[in-house]
Design a binder for this molecule. Structure first.
Ligand code: ZN
Length: 328
């Protein structure tokens, strides 16, 4: 039984437009799905990813208008890292500087260069230079929205690299990763321990770093916080097997939830981190073509009847504001 690395990471924002501008304009990700929080359809749920909405590149945000920034601490995913091509750190440092993004100086982690930055609400994003970046897929000019991506193809983000979990008492999380989820310990660097997912296919998105932070207070979840982390499963059959395995290891799981673009089960680690196991199918082209991903508000069938009311409650947003881009 295997998980296959990261499927998506879901976080919280208090400002829909600023969030959209930052992830599409500054980081050059594509808005691949504009929908609502299925549990609260009066608010948006944004999905950002590569041009094709590939699982393993998807960062999603619940929009809670006006939410104040949370505080970083233990029991949460404290950093979400994207893979960038090996020679792209110079480009990204200049780009982030041009946009006034708060960054730390470049550091090295397990032999790879790391640019650590804060999004407008203090969420920690890392860009890690690696040779394991997936090759560009398809023809960018065939997707009008994507052809306008401000980041040149040779520097663009195409996938996650890893996540970092800050943990007060490490053993329960390492036990979950290794004994239950089948991750392998691959390296240690001061307080950081790296595990990789068992379903390795040579792509990034497999490392899961545990950072021991015993003296830190617990994180307070709000804007700029990661809400949960989702690992990838091949299909529904794999998910059924995981339901049994998690239960037999004492984890209380949710029933299977239909999230339109994947099927999900959720459970909480003893550290407080909410995990999800999400299937690759049906994928983000379930209700839109590759060319039109993210261009219209998508609703699950059960909410279609209330579309007009829902659209009336959602604040208007401008999907692409090219004027905000400084000359680079
Ligand atoms: Zn999720």
């Amino acid at each position: 039984m295997k998980t296959h690395g990261l499927h998506h990471v879901t976080a919280i924002t208090g400002d829909a437009q600023r969030n959209l501008d930052f992830y599409t304009q500054v980081l050059g990700l594509r808005l691949v799905k504009k929908t609502v929080n299925f549990d609260d359809p009066s608010s948006y749920h944004f999905y950002f990813g590569d041009a094709f909405g590939t699982p393993g590149s998807i960062l999603t945000f619940f929009v809670i208008p006006g939410a104040r920034p949370g505080t970083r601490g233990t029991g949460e995913i404290s950093a979400t890292a994207y893979a960038i091509p090996g020679g792209s750190t110079g480009y990204w440092v200049e780009r982030l500087k041009a946009y006034g993004v708060l960054t730390e100086s470049i550091s090295t982690r397990f032999g790879e260069e790391v640019i650590r930055l804060a999004d407008p609400e203090g969420m920690i994003i890392e860009l890690i230079a690696t040779d394991k970046v997936p090759a560009p897929q398809g023809d960018r000019s065939a997707i009008p929205q994507w052809a306008e991506n401000p980041v040149p193809v040779e520097h663009e983000i195409r996938s996650f690299h890893s996540v970092t979990a800050s943990i007060g008492r490490v053993p329960s999380t390492t036990r979950l990763l290794t004994d239950v989820l089948g991750y392998k310990l691959v390296g240690e660097e001061s307080e950081r321990t790296r595990y990789t997912a068992p379903g390795t296919d040579g792509l990034p998105g497999h490392p899961f770093d545990v950072l021991a932070t015993p003296g830190m207070q617990r994180g307070r979840q709000s804007a700029g916080s990661v809400h949960h982390v989702a690992l990838r499963l091949k299909d529904d059959a794999e998910q059924q097997a995981w339901l049994s395995r998690l239960a037999s290891n004492g984890y209380r799981t949710s029933p299977v939830m239909d999230r339109m673009y994947f099927h999900s089960i959720y459970f909480r680690d003893h550290s407080g981190i909410l995990f999800e196991l999400a299937t690759n199918p049906p994928g983000f082209t379930h209700d839109e073509t590759v060319e039109t991903l993210g261009t219209t508000l998508r609703l699950p069938p059960g909410l279609e009847g209330a579309r007009r009311q829902i659209e009336g409650m959602l604040p208007p947003i401008t999907p692409f504001v090219s004027e905000v881009a400084p000359a680079l």
